[in-house]
Design a protein around this ligand. Structure first.
Ligand code: HPA
Length: 271
């Protein structure tokens, strides 16, 4: 997918260049319905050339430009998953757009399964690093300048932003875990043997998104932070099958804490 036509439309319609883009993961999309978002400028992806006109689920998401805690931000509700059959160029197109708009940093959020058995359902976890097991890389193909061909991933999740997330957790009186997010393609959940293998590899959480977007956000030169809502214990930890329903319910239950964390983070953000 070529993001350039979408970039032209976006440039013509943005009310301002946001300091921070926040990608809202499944179950965490409530923030896009807050009063500030309602007063902002909303742009469905369907109105951007090159983006799918509709998806199987009927909605492909939108971006909202608004002021949150006195700061100019962009909220992205919904994302394009690889498991939906989308090419990586579409999965990561929002990051290309934000990077070229001049957005300086992205906070990625998602729902994930807890691989670390010491974590609990409902815990929020700052991403310290990731393991890409999606079997591909979104940068495969001609290099898009001015990004480097071989981009460093040493500190993909910036230490300074991680510290600010922990400070926001303290300010809102909540426990915030930190750990490694491992990305699979899905859409099947993992087998218990896979989860045991992932734990040995150093994973604390597992999910089906975020890593391609983080890689491209770094390629675009944006700073990156990530927060997972641990919506279920990963396969084999508890003696019960996994369902998408429990993931959504745990996300909804964590929504208020999540919103408080994000608001405190945004309010005191220094880039
Ligand atoms: N595995 C993969 N992705 C997920 C999970 C999980 O257990 N929970 C939420 N997203």
């Amino acid at each position: 997918m070529d993001f350039m036509p979408a970039l032209d439309v976006l440039r013509a319609r943005v009310p301002f260049v946001p300091e921070l883009a926040i990608v809202l993961g499944s179950g965490l999309g409530e923030l896009a319905h807050c009063a500030e978002a309602k007063a902002g400028v909303s742009l469905p992806f369907t109105e951007l050339p090159g983006f799918p006109k509709q998806t199987v689920l009927g909605h492909s998401g939108r971006v909202v430009f608004c002021e949150l805690e006195g700061r100019k931000v962009l909220l992205q509700a919904g994302r394009f998953h690889f498991y939906e059959g989308n090419p990586m160029s579409l999965v990561t197109a929002p990051m290309r757009l934000y990077g070229r708009l001049g957005v300086k940093a992205v906070l990625h959020t998602n729902a994930a399964g807890a691989v670390n058995a010491g974590f609990k359902v409902g815990d929020l976890m700052v991403l310290s690093d990731h393991i890409n097991l999606q079997g591909t890389n979104p940068l495969i193909g001609p290099n898009l300048e001015p990004g480097l061909r071989f981009i460093d991933m040493t500190e993909a999740y910036e230490g300074n932003l991680r510290r600010q997330l922990h400070a926001a957790a303290k300010a809102t009186n909540q426990v915030l875990r930190e750990g490694v997010y491992l990305a699979v393609t899905g859409p099947s959940f993992e087998s218990p043997a896979e989860i045991r293998a992932f734990r040995t590899m150093g994973a604390d959480a597992v999910g089906m998104s975020t890593v391609p977007e983080v890689i491209v956000a770094r390629h675009e030169g944006m700073k990156v932070a990530g927060v997972s809502c641990l919506c279920n214990m990963a396969a084999g930890i508890l003696p019960q099958p996994l369902t998408h329903q429990e993931v959504l319910e745990a996300g909804a239950a964590a929504a208020q804490r999540f919103e408080a964390l994000v608001r405190a983070f945004v309010r005191d953000l220094t880039l």
